[in-house]
Design a protein around this ligand. Structure first.
Ligand code: XUL
Length: 526
């Protein structure tokens, strides 16, 4: 019988599934469900609820649960051999938090398959909505926690990152301060990853070392809840948090809900989920230390695997646990795809092909103009007042602006990834926009490094499926090597290598200095 493993990825805008046939080293099924389209009753825009305050970004945990039901229903309808799946794992958008009240444990243990998950979860939340990673409304709480932990360097050394607005600890502190009675009624706090794992397992699931590191609450070296960080964040927090565990660790058998309703294998194992970035590290096969990838998605992320924990003294980058053991580094730029899309649309360019043609038709460095595209509050560099800044750049010049936004994004990555001190010989590009070769040429030129494409549109879900396989093999008494697990599933596209152009690279060596100066100036002015 085929060894089938299911990986799910609950991201900002969609829920995706990838099923792998482990022995055949093949992805045998993929499906994605877009929240706005499939569940319009929640009224989200790009997966986010509308809010009057531009810094507040919440989503609905019920929508995620509804999406899980819908996705299983679609898999069943598509004739997927759900009865043969051996283990399920997953990944979630990082940092988002879910607040359960005292009814949750019972409700999870007794999920009624005659009802929907949404009906089953009626009345189990102490907070109806979930702040997600795009939220930047906790600057005050970040400052308070950072001060109690002894400043930026001390906070990053203790928890893997400086305090960040989207990180779960500052979000929990804001909730405890602004809604103390609802906070008191909270019995369990989950991340998106552990929330979805809890539904699958029918019990409160552990948080893994990858996603747990995105909370400012975990001791990054000891991988336990950090007593000082807990104390600095909110009263009685330890009791509300689940245990920490390695991702892929078996929680138990899947809840009977999924067996009865969708015919999932009753022996299938539910395992601990992780964050979407840690899962992508596996899905892209970044097992060797020093391997670096740039993912061009809703947010643009620059990440790689790292053996020894080394934190960023300036506090811009993050260190998370890697599902493959060891660590991963990550820098997250919030104004990724949506910012590119805004510029593309503002100049009436109808497709990404046309946008690429505009890039090809302009010179590296353009006329030396710079565009800082902070449509949304930015994470790196930290910008809490959104705005677009142009230096020596004519707003009316469509092609110059298209080139300038891509160059700015790449130069920002070059500048702010300096602390990782990795000199990769190749950068793997992935995510939606990595199909656009002209954009990758700018990446290669700015980074002065070869770029290879890995066409795994669902790298997080694939990583999750591989994580399920790992968990199952360990449970079966094997000692699987990650190198063996990922082999054959992940490889760059053949002949996809894009070499940097030496002349262009020289232009960017100069321009990046100008960019750094303008960025400093813009940050001073806001
Ligand atoms: C990482 C981050 C984003 C989300 C996107 O720190 O905030 O990449 O994980 O889902």
């Amino acid at each position: 019988m085929a060894k089938l493993f299911l990986g799910l990825d609950s991201s900002t805008q969609s829920l995706s599934a990838v099923i792998i046939d482990y022995d055949r080293r093949k992805v045998v099924y993929e499906k994605s469900l877009n929240f706005d389209q499939a569940l319009p009753q929640y009224g989200t825009q790009n997966g986010v609820l509308r809010s009057r305050d531009p810094l507040v970004k919440h989503s609905s945990p019920l929508m995620w649960a509804g999406a899980l039901d819908l996705l299983f229903a679609r898999m069943k309808k598509d004739g997927v051999a759900l009865g043969e799946i051996l283990a399920v794992s997953g990944s979630g958008q990082q940092h988002g938090s879910i607040y359960f009240n005292g009814k949750a444990v019972n409700a999870l243990a007794n999920l009624n398959s005659k009802k929907s998950l949404v009906e089953n979860l009626n009345g189990v939340f102490s907070r109806e909505t979930s702040p997600i990673w795009m939220d930047s409304s906790t600057a005050e709480e970040c400052a308070e926690i950072r001060a109690k932990l002894g400043g930026i360097r001390a906070t990053a050394t203790a928890t893997g990152s400086d305090t960040f607005e989207r990180f779960t600890g500052p979000q929990i502190r804001k909730f405890a301060k602004t809604e103390p009675s609802a906070y008191r009624k909270t019995s369990h706090i989950a991340l998106v990853s552990s929330f979805m794992a809890s539904l699958l397992a029918g019990k409160i699931a552990p948080i893994d070392y990858g996603d747990g590191a995105g909370m400012n609450l975990m001791d990054i070296r000891k991988k336990i809840w950090h007593p000082g960080a807990l104390k600095a964040t909110a009263p009685g927090l330890k009791e509300k948090l689940p245990p920490l565990a390695a991702s892929g660790k078996v929680i138990g058998k899947v809840s009977a809900y999924f067996v009865r309703k969708y015919g999932l294998n009753p022996e299938a194992l539910a395992t601990v989920w992780t964050g979407d970035n840690p899962a992508s590290v596996i899905g892209l096969g970044l097992i060797k230390p020093g391997q670096v990838a740039i993912s061009l998605g809703t947010s643009d992320t620059f990440f790689g695997s790292m053996q020894k924990c080394q934190t960023d003294a300036n506090g811009e980058g993050h260190v998370f646990g890697s599902p493959a053991g060891g660590y991963m580094t990550l820098i997250c730029f919030k104004n990724g795809s949506l910012a590119r899309e805004k510029i593309r649309d503002a100049y009436g360019i109808k497709s990404w092909e046309k946008f690429g043609a505009v890039l090809n038709a302009t010179r590296p460095g353009g006329s030396g103009g710079i565009l800082l595209p902070w449509f949304e509050a930015e994470i790196v560099p930290r910008v809490n007042r959104p705005g677009i800044h142009r230096f020596n750049l004519d707003e009316k010049d469509a092609s110059a602006n298209c080139r300038a936004i891509v160059e700015a994004q790449m130069m920002s990555m070059r500048l702010h990834s300096h602390w990782m001190k990795v000199a990769p010989d190749c950068i793997y590009a992935t995510g939606g926009a990595s199909n656009a070769l002209p954009l990758l040429q700018v990446m290669a030129d700015v980074m002065n490094c070869r770029v290879e494409r890995i066409e795994i549109s669902k790298s997080a879900a694939l990583g999750a499926a591989l994580q399920a396989a790992h968990g199952w093999l360990v449970q079966s008494g094997k000692k699987p090597k990650w190198k063996t697990i990922v082999a054959g599933f992940t490889a760059p596209i053949r002949n996809s290598g894009i070499k940097p152009n030496a002349k262009a690279a020289k232009v960017y060596d100069q321009l990046v200095r100008k960019y750094a100066a303008y960025e400093r100036e813009a940050l001073r002015s806001i």
